[in-house]
Design a binder for this molecule. Structure first.
Ligand SMILES: Nc1ncnc2c1ncn2[C@@H]1O[C@H](COP(=O)(O)OP(=O)(O)OP(=O)(O)O)[C@@H](O)[C@H]1O
Ligand SMILES: [Mg+2]
Length: 263
């Protein structure tokens, strides 16, 4: 049974010009991300995790190499086309929520829809469906400073999914949350992955968040230094073992170690 590659990262190099010096973040990074994955990207501060998310999400462009989305080189286009691609396919969730303070929960969730050709009532229907999914219909009129951190992050998740993207990119989504509210947010991400078939790519330092992922990769100094397949506790081991073999067979890159992890 084949798995669909959603992203193929090939010989990716990224560097920034800082004054007169060029700072290289990645050189020759190779990595595939399969459709339907819940991938955790881990690694020390400065290892390039956010840069990688920005490249995948089309916020930033590679210096060299390619990133393919369903076999297509989507960076190689105008800013307008790239931003249209982003609006259709990608939802972002950030550590610090990035909500507009003067807008209500519903107003924040509605924002990405304002760029689309939708009537007010169509927008409202989508906003309510997204708020329902994150369990916050009763807070629709609340502004960010009238909600808890966990509620704000759930609003941010609703905003990320309201346009029905196929990919969610999350940068430390639980970084500002306590365990209980982190669990609520992670349960929603798991639901979005399992039931709504969203591919989730999540940067995290949080061991709790990493437990929700299906795969983990660890970056260090712009290289993949470890790759793990996360095996659920109740999984049938022989089937999982086969899946690991199939999955890792398709992975390429600077793989130093790979192992199944029972959580
Ligand atoms: N726009 C930029 N201009 C110059 N250097 C940059 C830029 N963006 C990132 N960098 C550098 O790239 C490196 C990787 O940054 P990045 O933000 O991707 O790290 P990170 O792994 O997300 O770290 P953290 O865990 O602290 O968020 C850092 O050394 C950073 O200073
Ligand atoms: Mg970062």
């Amino acid at each position: 049974m084949g798995v669909d590659k959603l992203f193929e990262i090939k010989s990716l190099s990224k560097s920034f010009i800082k004054g007169k010096t060029e700072v290289s973040i990645f050189s020759n990074l190779n990595m595939d991300i399969n459709q339907g994955d819940f991938l955790a990207i881990m690694g020390p501060s400065g290892s390039g995790k956010t840069t990688l998310l920005n490249l995948i999400g089309g916020i930033d462009k590679p210096t060299q190499g390619t990133v393919l989305y369903r076999g297509r080189q989507y960076h190689d286009t105008t800013e307008a086309e790239l931003s249209a691609w982003r609006a259709q396919h990608v939802g972002f969730v950030f550590q610090s929520f990035n909500l507009m303070p003067m807008l209500s929960a519903a107003g924040n969730v509605e924002l990405p829809l304002l760029l689309r050709q939708l009537t007010r009532s169509q927008r409202r229907e989508k906003v309510m469906a997204a708020l329902e999914l994150v369990g916050l219909v009763d807070r629709k009129g609340h502004k960010p400073n009238e909600m808890s951190g966990g509620q704000n992050q759930r609003v941010a998740v609703a905003r990320a999914i309201v346009g029905d993207p196929d990919i969610l990119l999350c940068d430390e989504p639980t970084g500002n949350l306590d365990r209980e509210t982190a669990t609520q947010v992670l349960d929603i991400l798991r639901l979005l992955n399992q039931e709504f078939k969203k591919t989730i790519i999540m940067v995290t330092h949080d061991p709790l968040a990493a437990q929700y992922a299906k795969h983990r990769v660890e970056l260090d100094k712009g290289m993949i230094v470890n790759k793990e397949v996360v095996v659920a506790k109740d999984a049938v081991v022989t089937q999982e073992a086969t899946a690991i073999k199939e999955d890792t067979a398709g992975m390429s890159g600077e793989l130093v170690a790979e192992k199944g992890v029972v959580t």
